[in-house]
Design a protein around this ligand. Structure first.
Ligand code: ATP
Ligand code: LTN
Length: 330
């Protein structure tokens, strides 16, 4: 029997946060043995907000090294840079022609990001989810492991697959999102009502996978809590709830175990322990990252081989699409 296909990606729009790790990458690792996995560094997506070219180059390579340091294995998964596979841009064009303006303008991420950059709103930000659909559909993915914030984009990808299939006969597998209940939405440490995001202007709002121990201690200490003073998982204490989720993700202990452990204990001690648990959890990843960054030849080999494998599959789907819409074969 053919193995099911998994596709996911992260934008190289800055350093990755523990939100990216807990919500996405951590879940990718365990899928590698059972599925045919494609993990991309989606640089085409990253330029929908302004990027400094030399930083984008640096971030792209660093995200690749972070993927590997977290445990993605090029022998098991296809790991590649999105812009290296031209089929992504090409399928996006075709899908644009069956995308409705109305549906795209209802995307929450578009509404939020366009609020931040009201002047010079670019068309790429508007069609961002169409590019994301192309990513997924090119590989005939069955499952897409993402954080909660991507649910609406996945719904659009499903709609586009079905619309294309109805109009031109069956072409695309209709993908399912894979969203873990725990850790699907890690919140900002400064505002527990909004999502932790690598592009937050306040660096105390997030912890980066590559943050140094001192920075982690400082950020956890400053994390917003409340005046209730109890370590309990509930919606009256959003800050504490978020810290408990992070604690659980890094320690492997259940929320209940952690609540019991800290009964009658103050926030100060809880935060100190949490910082150390995050530091220890990230230490092996950071060490592996440092080693990998010393070996640029290896990284280059990984992304080149990845692009070759990805292109082969992606072009197969693209050729089928071109034939169905009526383009003459070259
Ligand atoms: P940006 O801030 O640049 O928009 P981002 O931090 O939201 O980026 P993405 O590259 O857009 O990160 O997301 C990569 C993956 O990480 C997606 O699957 C997304 O759902 C997940 N993710 C991002 N932030 C969080 C979070 N705070 N909690 C859980 N998952 C998250
Ligand atoms: N839009 C996603 C990143 C992304 C992605 C994908 C995720 C681009 N293409 C395909 C899963 C599948 C985000 O997390 N902001």
């Amino acid at each position: 029997m053919e193995r099911k296909v998994v596709f996911s990606g992260v934008q190289p729009s800055g350093g990755l946060t523990i939100g990216n790790y807990i919500g996405a990458i951590k879940n990718w690792i365990s899928l590698q043995d059972e599925y045919d996995c494609y993990y991309s560094i989606v640089d085409l997506h990253a330029i929908t907000v302004p990027q400094v070219p030399k930083d984008l180059r640096k971030n792209t390579l660093e995200v690749l090294a972070v993927y590997l340091a977290c445990g993605l294995e090029p022998e098991k998964s296809t790991i590649f840079i999105q812009s290296h596979v031209s089929a992504h841009a090409e399928l996006t064009w075709v899908l644009n022609t069956i995308s409705y303006m109305g549906q795209l303008s209802r995307m929450t991420q578009f509404k939020e990001k366009s609020r931040k950059s009201e002047e010079n709103l670019n068309a790429g930000l508007f069609t961002y989810p169409v590019l994301m659909a192309a990513d997924i559909l090119l590989y005939q993915a069955d499952l897409v492991p993402v954080g909660d914030d991507q649910k609406q984009h996945l719904e659009l990808a499903r709609d586009l697959a079905e619309r294309f299939n109805n109009r031109y006969s069956y072409t695309f597998k209709v993908p399912e999102p894979l969203i873990k209940k725990e850790g699907a939405r890690i919140m900002s440490l400064q505002d527990p009502e909004s999502k932790m995001s690598k592009s937050d202007e306040n660096e105390n709002a997030y912890i980066l996978i590559l943050d140094k121990p001192d920075a982690i201690r400082r950020k956890v200490k400053r994390a917003v809590t409340d005046s209730i003073g109890e370590i309990k998982y509930n919606d009256q204490q959003l800050g504490v709830k978020n810290l408990l989720t992070i604690y659980s993700a890094f320690s492997g202990h259940s929320i209940e175990e952690i609540e019991n452990k800290y009964e009658g204990v103050g926030y100060g001690k809880f935060k100190e322990d949490l910082a150390e648990i995050i530091i220890e959890g990230l230490r092996p990843i950071q060490e592996k990252f440092d080693d990998l960054m010393k070996n640029k030849d290896y990284l280059e080999r990984v992304y080149k081989e990845g692009a070759e494998r990805a292109s082969y599959i992606a072009n197969k789907t693209l050729r089928k699409v071109y034939r169905k819409v009526g383009f003459i074969q070259k």
